[in-house]
Design a protein around this ligand. Structure first.
Ligand SMILES: Cc1ncc(COP(=O)(O)O)c(C=O)c1O
Length: 381
């Protein structure tokens, strides 16, 4: 499979040649921990132990690299396992990381409450303010961590502009591409060094697996990360890798529908009197709209909105929908609704990253859009 092939072709075929043994067109789940050696050191295809490598995981890793146009993909047990492995590969105690002012709560918690104990230092900066990012750079800055769009405020950061700050500073630009997916945004092509995913979300796409991924352009960096992946051991299991691989095959068609349904939901919410504001990069008045239009091919399926009636109204609406399921996570085929302040982002309460209490987040799924609109209309009424 070459880079010349289209996105959907790569999603269905990259790393997924028919099985050489049987011709099975779907990569088998190699549910094995170890492999028979043909004499000591006589490995078949390089497989000796499934923490180090497993054929189902290899297929997923090749597919991930192909979708992000990188040279190397690595699959982990969760998005946070990928993030932890990444940060402890490229940083040393005493190094400094720049985090987005509204980073995903789990990323903030990993850095602020786990890796600071290991000696990592950090500054949270609103990434849309490039002068503030530049001013936060220290001689010890090793990573600028970017999320775009952000979770849950749907902020937009300019990936190419951040790459222009990171490179001269000798820092790596990491982009968490979970919200956009590689179908809508290609960070490596915009100058990022490493792409992070919670494959739990759009890549898996069916809310049935937890996983994470890293993709890099630079082969040496890929080697260092692969060494740490094996040394630290937070790998994706074969069945989980297979589920993500199956999800990836339909990523393109799912994202088209997520975007189309989200646009209709946004239209509906912007004209609803109970809603004080809608946060969606597809809206022309969104401060990141121009940058998002440049660097994304669609605005995605995540929509947040604020309730005129404050936190009480936000909590109430979260409990009243029947097609939108009240739940954490995002990116699956089914629509979800949640209250970030009390749910996904409870870990940043009391910090500078605390999110407003009147905020509601939707992961707009791929159901019949009229049903989604009717459900929201009932709940808001
Ligand atoms: C943007 C983003 N990055 C990373 C993660 C962490 O991924 P995981 O839950 O798979 O560990 C999440 C999870 O919600 C997320 O939303």
């Amino acid at each position: 499979m070459s880079k010349a092939h289209g996105f959907e072709t790569r999603a269905i075929h990259a790393g997924q040649e028919p099985d050489p043994l049987t011709g099975a067109v779907v990569v088998p789940i190699y549910q094995t921990s170890t492999y028979k050696q043909d004499g000591v050191g006589g490995l078949r295809g390089g497989y000796e132990y499934s923490r180090s490598a497993n054929p189902t995981r290899t297929a997923l890793e090749q597919a991930l690299a192909a979708l992000e146009n990188g040279t190397r993909g690595l699959a982990f047990a969760s998005g946070l396992a990928a993030e932890d492995t990444l940060l402890r590969t490229v940083c040393r105690p005493g190094d400094h990381v720049i985090l987005p002012g509204d980073a995903y709560g789990g990323t903030f918690r990993l850095v602020a409450r786990v890796l600071t104990n290991w000696g990592l230092e950090y500054t949270s900066v609103p990434l849309a303010d490039l002068a503030a990012v530049q001013a936060a750079v220290r001689p010890t800055t090793k990573v600028i961590w970017c999320e775009t769009p952000t979770n849950p405020l749907l902020g937009i950061a300019d990936i190419a502009a951040l790459a222009g700050i990171a490179a001269p500073a000798g820092a790596l630009l990491v982009v968490d591409n979970t919200f956009a997916s590689p179908y809508l945004q290609q960070p490596l092509a915009l100058g990022a060094d490493i792409v992070v995913h919670s494959t739990t979300k759009y890549l898996g796409g069916h809310s049935d697996v937890v996983g994470g991924a890293l993709v890099v352009a630079d082969a040496d960096l890929g080697e260092q990360l692969a060494f740490h992946q094996n040394a630290m051991g937070a790998v994706s299991g074969p069945f989980d890798a297979w589920l993500v691989l199956r999800g990836i095959k339909t990523l393109g068609v799912r994202m088209d529908r997520h975007c189309a349904n989200a646009a209709r939901v946004v239209d509906f919410l912007t004209s609803h009197e109970a809603v004080s504001s809608v946060l969606y990069p597809g809206l022309p008045e969104h401060p990141g709209h121009d940058v998002a239009s440049r660097q994304m091919s669609g605005f995605g399926g995540m929509v947040s909105f604020r309730m005129r009636g404050g936190e009480e109204a936000a909590l109430k609406v979260c409990g009243l929908t029947t097609v939108f399921t009240l739940g954490e996570s995002l990116g699956g085929v089914e629509s979800l609704i949640e209250h970030p302040g009390r749910m996904t982002h409870a870990s940043v309460a009391g910090s500078a990253l605390e999110v407003p209490g009147d905020l509601v987040r939707l992961s707009v799924g791929i159901e019949t859009v009229e049903d989604l609109l009717a459900d929201l209309a009932d709940a808001l009424a």
